[in-house]
Structures are given as C-alpha cells and as structure tokens.
Design a protein around this ligand. Structure first.
Ligand code: ATP
Ligand code: MG
Length: 378
C-alpha cells in the first residue's frame, strides 16, 4: 500500500528551530528523518504543538554519534534525547516494528527496528500517525490520518480490542485526544473501552503518573474528568475520587491558569482529587478521640497509601499535598499573632488558592475567611 502524500508548506516559524537543525544533520548523513505525531496533528489543526518529535531510520547509536549533546533513554526501545538546554531536548526515535510483528518473529527481540511503514502501524490513533517530510514539504499518510483530522475523528490504527490489550494506557490517551481535539471517538473505541477498562489496573503506577499529569494539565481539564467518569476509567486512576463542585471549580481554575501562562503543579491536582476522601477519614478518626494533628496525619497517610497503588505520587508531591491539607485548618482558624508566619510559609500561596476554591464551591461559609487572606496579601 502506498501512502497518500499532500504538499503543505507550513510556516517555518511554527516549526521548532532545533528540530529543523536535527533533521538537517540526519539528512546530511543520508538518513531518512521526519517530523511525526502530535506536532503534525497540531500544526494541521492550527494549534501550537507541545513538542516536535522526530522518527528516523538511523539507529540510536548512529544518532548518538551524530550529536555531541545527546543521550540514550530507555532500554527495550532506546530513544535519543538531543539536548539544547537544561530543560529543552528534541526526541528522536528509530522506526520501530509493532508488537505483533516482533512476536511473529519469535525471539527476534534485538531486531525490532523497522521501516517507516512499520513505524506507522505501531502508533495509536490515525491522527497521531502523520509524518512530515521537510525536504519535500509533504505530509505522508498511510492510515487516512489526514481525513480523520479534517473530520475530527479519533480512530484506532488496527482493532481497538487488540491495541488496548497490547497497551491499556491507550484508553486514557483516547479520551485525552477526544477532548483536546473536540473530536468524536470511533464507536469501536468506545465499546472496547467499556469492555476493557479494567486492564488499566495492571499498568505500573509510575507510568500512570505521567499520563495523569498530561490528562489534567490542559485547557479542557474538567471535560477530561467528566469523560473519564462516563467511560468508567476514572476508578482505575482515582478510586477515591467522586465528582464534586470543588473538583469542577479547581480543574476549571487549572485550565484558566494554563490559558494565562500561570504555573500549575500536580500537587494541586492530587490534593484536590483526594480532599473529600481525606476529610471523611479525618472526621472518622476524630470521632475516635484522636487529636486533630494525629487524625490529620493518619487520614492523609491512609488516603495517599491507597492512591499510590494506582497512580504514583513522588515523595516531593505527597509531602506538598499534606502541607496543603494541613494548612487548611491553620488558614481557617489562625490567631492574629501567627498571620505573618503563615503568609511567609512557602506553601502559603497554594494552600490559600485551595481555600479560595473551597469557599467558592463546597464551603461557602469560608468566604469571609478567604477574603481575609486576600486582603492580608494586599
Ligand atoms: P501531545 O501533544 O499531548 O504531546 P502526542 O501525540 O505528541 O500528544 P506523545 O505522548 O508525545 O503524544 O506521543 C508522541 C507520539 O508517539 C504519538 O503521537 C503517537 O504516535 C505515539 N505514541 C505515544 N504513546 C503511544 C502508545 N501508548 N501507543 C502507541 N503509540 C504511542
Ligand atoms: Mg508529544
């Protein structure tokens, strides 16, 4: 099967300069190399791509040799990160054969690199499988990804049942792209999700952490949450979380912050998602005559322990979540003497934001208190 090729001259200003440099070096060394995935999808939709990934027929070692400031990442399918600053890198991946093709080859594990065409078919959705040839200014399309983008449709490459079995994380990716692109999910995808959502339970919590941050740190965060509830996927990520006015308020607030380029942290997300459950535990423990401090600590511990079985919370993150929770009481009932200490606390701002969102949703009785802290900062 030959791919469709469409000539499209993207405004060069929209394409990352460093990615173009990487392509140039690879081309000069006579390798095939293309921009691929999310960046082409987003450029076609006139959205700003988050990152520019490159796919090539050069092996990781060959790529590494061409770029002084590069490092190999991952073991089974090493990728190369080409560093342009402490935080900025371009990811270059060697064409890969899909799972099934590797399996057919039996033990041919070290021979898993593939051709461009094979690389297409190991990708998840047709909208994510377009390649861009910068030399010819052509989009290369093996899977009708171009029309899926134009028609706003999320379709799986291959049979969703098999592809979700291969990698259940694709189910939450489907929801992420459905919402991000305001697209329709292919009914085959929806029905496969309803049959297979439980497979998410087998994914290592560390991998789900990264995916969860991507799920909720975006401009349509609450819509993602609603879709995860509707599809039954939420309970495999946040078993202790139910919908509430507070969650809606907080997620919409996260989206607003992103729209205005303010910083966001996953600590805020987790503290919001687990707050209700933490509170219920806390109240139960207090009825058993535990001190406030003890009840607070124990409730936090239990809720966090349960959460990390599903989605990892790195240590720095769970520490921050506890701080936000602990400070709620202090912000609610603080003596005049301690006001300045609290404001000077490095966690004050986050805890204050949390209090404000509570007062605007589930705890209207805290409005005066929130207003008090707003005034203090002026
Ligand atoms: P975003 O704009 O959110 O970064 P993206 O499409 O670039 O979206 P990434 O997670 O950065 O998503 O992945 C890059 C590309 O790698 C995807 O476009 C897709 O082609 C492929 N990919 C990523 N994860 C998977 C997966 N679990 N299964 C198959 N293909 C995947
Ligand atoms: Mg990406």
């Amino acid at each position: 099967m030959n791919p469709k090729r469409q000539t499209i001259h993207f405004d060069k200003k929209l394409i990352d300069k460093d990615a173009l440099k990487v392509l140039k070096v690879l081309h000069k060394a006579r390798f095939e190399a293309y921009l691929v995935g999310g960046c082409i999808r987003d450029l076609l939709l006139r959205q700003k791509p988050k990152d520019f990934d490159i796919a090539t027929n050069a092996s990781p070692e060959q790529i590494h040799k061409l770029f002084k400031r590069s490092r190999l990442i991952g073991r089974r399918f090493p990728l190369v990160h080409i560093m342009f600053s402490a935080r900025k890198y371009i990811e270059v991946a060697t064409f890969r054969a899909s799972h099934s093709q590797i399996n057919k080859g039996g033990a041919a594990r070290d021979n898993h690199y593939g051709t461009l065409k094979e690389d297409v078919f190991r990708r998840d959705f047709t909208v994510n499988a377009l390649y861009y040839d910068t030399k010819k200014s052509q989009v290369i399309d093996f899977v009708d990804g171009f029309s899926a983008i134009n028609e706003s449709k999320i379709c799986m490459i291959g049979n969703p049942i098999n592809r979700f079995e291969e990698d259940p994380v694709r189910m939450i990716r489907a929801i992420r792209f459905e919402v991000k692109l305001e697209a329709k999910l292919d009914p085959k995808i929806s029905s496969a999700i309803s049959q297979q959502s439980h497979l998410l339970g087998s994914i290592p919590p560390a991998r789900l952490y990264d995916e969860c941050v991507k799920l909720f740190h975006n401009e349509k965060s609450y819509r993602v949450f609603e879709r995860l509830l509707e599809t039954g996927l939420l309970k495999y990520l946040f078993q202790q979380t139910n919908n509430s006015k507070f969650i809606k308020k907080a997620l919409n607030n996260t989206s607003e912050r992103l729209k205005t380029s303010k910083s966001v942290t996953p600590a805020f997300l987790f503290s919001v998602f687990l707050w209700d459950s933490q509170n219920k535990h806390f109240n139960k423990l207090q009825k058993r005559n535990k001190s406030r401090f003890e009840a607070m600590n124990q409730a936090s511990e239990e809720v966090i322990n349960r959460q990390v079985k599903q989605v990892l919370m790195p240590k720095w993150l769970s520490a921050r979540v506890r701080d936000i929770w602990l400070m709620q009481h202090q912000l609610e009932k603080c003596s005049v003497k301690k006001v300045n200490d609290l404001v000077a606390n490095p966690r004050f701002r986050m805890a204050y934001d949390f209090l404000v969102l509570r007062s605007q949703s589930i705890n209207p009785e805290l409005r005066d208190r929130a207003e008090f802290w707003t005034q203090i900062q002026k």
